[in-house]
Design a protein around this ligand. Sequence first.
Ligand code: GLA
Length: 377
Amino acid sequence: MIINKPPMGWNSWNTFGTEINEAVIRETAEALISTGLKDAGYEYVVIDDCWSMRERDENGRIVENRELFPNGIKALSDYIHSLGLKFGMYSCAGYYTCAGYPASYDREFIDAETFADFGVDLLKYDFCCFPENSNPLYYYNRMGMALRATGRDIIFSACNWGLFESHKWMRSVGAHIYRSTGDIGERFSSVRDISMSQFDKLQYSAPGCYNDVDMLICGMDGVGNVGHPGLCGDTEYKTHFALWCMMGSPLMMGSDIRRIRPETLELLKNPGLLRINADPECRTPIIIESPRSPMVYTMFKHLSNNQVALGFFNYADKPGFGDICPHNIGLSINSGFGLKLTDVFTGETIEFMNDYIKAPLAPHDCKVFIGEYVEKN
Ligand code: GLA
């Protein structure tokens, strides 16, 4: 199976952590429909860690915890599919998951079969309790093979946090997306560190296998497993989401969709940003640090249909400005061309022909445009 855009959906971990159950997952799936998020493209509902019993059954199979999922995982999967959504689950390449539940080391084929029987469309595959003398490439490859051997189309969402230079080999082992960093927390410094750590690795992301910079924290509002009250507001969520879209990351929401605010919904459905994220060419952005405003970065990205994306991101904790002139991104004085830019947040258009753009930015804020080439007269 080839995927030609980063998957979009929701994952239970950021808000619910270990506190998952059937009702939460069903209600979230229903909320994806009622909020219009499904129509915007968010289609995967993913149960993260802590869904199983502590021991395998007598046949060596991992079994669901019936106290948490009284009707069983298969019934839940059927319900999610009946809503037109897709279903994802979680295991780990080590002996135990990160929360200490049985995982798939040396049981890859039997576990892949269990997931296929559940009707899973995506498997997130973590890296805790992995034996230090084992070779991660070999074991991720095994799960890649095991999933394919089931005959079902299952997205292999590998998650080894970028260790062992995984950007160089995750495509080879059959991963469709690969987590390239440690866990996100609801703080702007986490968004900054995660995104900056991938500036020199984004060229490894391409159709078929995308760099996954972790689940979204947009709209968590301080609630939940990785929530931190008071550290992020709508400006931070905006820049976080815009960066994930510019980097072409999977977009897995992590907030409680049942209680989502209109501002967060509007952001997560932003058509311009989603268009940039899903661009079929998946070009690596060219990233330039502003010479005059430290910690402000310009990202320029070729898009399909002869369009471009141009963004200014203020990583600093103080006001700054995006600042660039056409020749800095290749439109030389003699090119005869400029750009007509449309702001993805306000719809405002500006001409980018001969002059500098100087875009003032509040702390942690950003500005993103989609542009078209225009001839100068
Ligand atoms: C790791 C992963 C997280 C989450 C937890 C579950 O920390 O990186 O995304 O899956 O394990 O225990």
